[in-house]
Design a protein around this ligand. Structure first.
Ligand code: NAD
Length: 258
């Protein structure tokens, strides 16, 4: 029987890549996130032909607990349960702490951290009922290390790692694993958008942001690809990863080895 996978923030970047990878495995997938309706519908249709599972779209805003509960409820109503939950939705804002807009702080904590608590709260009873499940939190190298001007993001990503470990301990005897993936820089819209702000805050050119900031600590001097992150998510959801829980897998070109 096909597994059901919910991926938050899967209309773009890493989430879209993860949703595609699970669709290619023949899973039913619930995609979520913002974007143009025609583009989302095109992505949804394209995924359905990849592996033959059904793909549906839910527009839940990850700052709204009721909508998040409805996302998981819709997955259960449509497919019977949730087998794999991928908490991926995330945003970034780059500014000094004293200039950091209050609403941006609240939004980043809500989307990058609290939304995962809400999805897990709704999905865990369904997984317990089945006696198995996989929860994969897309964290970041910034869950393990900090960079200046990213206070909310770094705080939220460190927080998600704590939530990952706590949930793993609570769920270890129920056949449910909980892990985080910690990518380094991946060239997605989230990263492209922060290049001009980082250039301004640091007083350097946009090209220097790529070479001297983003890839400086990434020992391979290469960006991580979306497909590499997606393949790790598929592995963590596989039977082979049954004993991997409460931890993270770094895909950061050696960044956090330093
Ligand atoms: P992206 O901007 O390409 O995609 C973000 C997705 O989240 C989009 O689908 C967007 O619509 C969705 N989203 C944003 N706000 C939302 C909300 N309120 N409700 C529902 N959906 C919402 O970004 P990305 O780079 O693919 O990032 C995905 C995840 O990967 C994030 O958690 C990010 O922190 C993490 N990450 C990214 C990188 C990187 O270098 N790109 C590195 C490490 C971790």
């Amino acid at each position: 029987m096909s597994r059901t996978v919910v991926v938050t923030g899967s209309t773009s970047g890493i989430g879209l890549g993860i949703a595609r990878a699970f669709a290619a495995e023949g899973c039913h997938v619930v995609i979520n996130g913002f974007g143009r309706p025609d583009e989302i519908e095109a992505a949804r249709r394209e995924m359905e032909v990849l592996g033959g599972g059904r793909v549906i779209y839910h527009a839940a805003d990850m700052t709204k607990p009721d909508e998040i509960a409805d996302l998981i409820g819709t997955a259960k109503e449509t497919f019977g349960s949730v087998d794999v939950l991928v908490n991926n939705a995330g945003i970034q804002h780059v500014a000094k702490i004293e200039d950091f807009p209050l609403e941006k702080w609240d939004q980043i904590i809500a989307i990058n951290l609290t939304s995962s608590f809400h999805t897990m709260r709704a999905a865990i009873p369904l997984m317990k009922e089945k006696g198995k499940g996989r929860i994969i939190n897309v964290a970041s190298a910034h869950a393990l290390t900090a960079s200046p001007f990213k206070s909310a993001y770094v705080a939220a990503k460190h927080g998600i790692l704590g939530l990952t470990k706590t949930a793993a301990l609570e769920l270890a005897e129920f056949g449910i694993t909980v892990n985080a993936i910690c990518p380094g820089y991946v060239l997605t819209p989230l990263v492209e958008k922060q290049i001009p702000d980082t250039a301004r805050e640091r007083g350097i050119s946009e090209e220097q942001v790529k070479t001297d900031v983003m890839l400086r600590l990434q020992a391979t001097k290469e960006f991580v690809s979306i497909e590499e992150v997606a393949a790790t998510a598929v592995f963590l959801a596989s039977d082979a990863a049954r004993q991997i829980t409460g931890t993270h897998i770094s895909i950061d070109g050696g960044w956090t080895a330093q």
